[in-house]
Write a protein that binds this ligand. Structure first.
Ligand code: GTB
Length: 216
């Protein structure tokens, strides 16, 4: 059964692959699972019909037969568990890959989101200039620790996994900030992720949505 995901009708990032449907698209591309996309506007996301799928009125969602899921991490895990290629067969290695998925979403993404939200929404606040360096220090702490753990390895724990897929999408949220470039091994890690054919297919698909919306 072909799953259907939801994505922004018009992504505020202008097709740069920053919205969280990107990680779901990439996952589906990695495992070779075709999918349909239902595009939703900001107002549609807040309608009861969409809230039945997503209690917080957001994207992405995932529907497959009688299963409806929200939360990008849960969706990626669901797909990775049902297809070969994104989680190791060995039970311990699999548990570690899942730990990296949680680390990406629970430990690395929050300070990156906090910084991003501040730069988007809080620039006019009197305390902004004081707060930004604090938020950036928190991001740098995590980047330093992650950089140290990655070392000169290609991926976080052996072969490329769903943990790497999520971590790369999380680190990409720093694009344009200049922060990632201070950690050459992390920049190279993100570039390795972006060089994967499945990433490119997912990226092109979400960009095509933005390009079509802009032309229409
Ligand atoms: N924890 C949830 C998950 O992982 O799925 C978070 C989902 C979420 O934040 N969804 C966002 C959303 O629907 C889109 S991804 N927002 C609309 C709303 O809340 O009303 C976050 C996002 C949005 C836009 C950019 N951008 O333009 O760069 C980047 C990331």
């Amino acid at each position: 059964m072909t799953p259907t995901i939801t994505a922004f009708e018009r992504s505020p990032d202008r097709g740069k692959g920053q919205a969280r449907d990107m990680r779901v698209r990439w996952t589906l591309e990695e495992v070779g699972q075709p999918y349909d996309v239902r595009l939703v506007s900001f107002s549609e996301m807040k309608e009861p019909a969409h809230r039945m799928l997503h209690p917080f009125g957001q994207i992405p969602t995932y529907e497959e037969g009688d299963l409806a899921l929200f939360e990008s991490g849960a969706i990626v895990l669901h797909i990775a568990e049902r297809h070969a290629g994104l989680l190791p067969d060995d039970a311990n290695a699999r548990a570690r890959a899942i730990a990296w998925m949680f680390a990406a979403l629970n430990t690395v993404e929050p300070p990156i989101v906090d910084r991003g939200m501040a730069t988007l929404l809080e620039r006019d606040k009197i305390w902004y200039e004081e707060r930004l360096p604090i938020l950036e220090d928190r991001v740098r702490d995590r980047l330093g620790e992650l950089s140290h753990r990655l070392g000169d390895a290609d991926w976080l724990d052996g072969a490329f996994s769903a943990g790497d897929l999520l971590m790369v999408t999380v680190l990409r949220r720093l694009n344009g900030s200049g922060m990632l470039e201070k950690y050459p091994n992390l920049s190279a890690y993100v570039a390795r992720g972006e060089a994967r054919p499945a990433f490119k297919r997912a990226f092109d698909a979400q960009l095509a949505v933005f390009t079509a919306a802009s032309a229409g």
